[in-house]
Design a protein around this ligand. Sequence first.
Ligand SMILES: Nc1ncnc2c1ncn2[C@@H]1O[C@H](COP(=O)(O)OP(=O)(O)O)[C@@H](O)[C@H]1O
Ligand SMILES: [Mg+2]
Length: 158
Amino acid sequence: MTIMKTMLLKTLADTMALGRLLGQCAQPGDVICLDGDLGAGKTTLTQAIAQGLGVPAGDYVTSPSFAILHEYQGRLPLYHMDFYRLTGAADIQDMGLDEYFFLSGLSVLEWSARAGDLVPATRLKINLTIGPDDSRLLTCDPGIGTWQERWQNLIMTT
Ligand SMILES: Nc1ncnc2c1ncn2[C@@H]1O[C@H](COP(=O)(O)OP(=O)(O)O)[C@@H](O)[C@H]1O
Ligand SMILES: [Mg+2]
């Protein structure tokens, strides 16, 4: 069974709080997929995930768009990827980026749809859309892995 969940993030603070919780419950080898329009909050959410992982505040660089991959060291390594400038799965494979999905850190993928079937089925998939004022509507698909239970626990905390 796959559960789909939606959540209204009313303010930037709500997004940051959720991201920190995600970072706190991340486990080695996790993959979090972030999709949604430019400005929807994917990089912002990743920054909060980095905080939750204990990445030192000064280490975080805002957007990996030009570098495609940034790696940070927290409680676990964080592999922050942004596929915006890539055309598709072939690019990602050519660059060997999909190998990171199976390392012992946390992979966070912006524009993850570009990676297609390369993304493991155990991922947590999050889509963000821009709402009125500073709100964001989050849609989440925890996939077939342990994110199902973790997502349930997490929303009870928020
Ligand atoms: N509720 C919110 N959640 C996330 N970002 C928000 C929110 N409200 C305002 N923002 C702002 O929207 C922008 C989102 O930009 P960014 O995270 O770079 O988006 P993306 O990576 O999806 O293109 C940031 O300037 C952020 O401060
Ligand atoms: Mg971004």
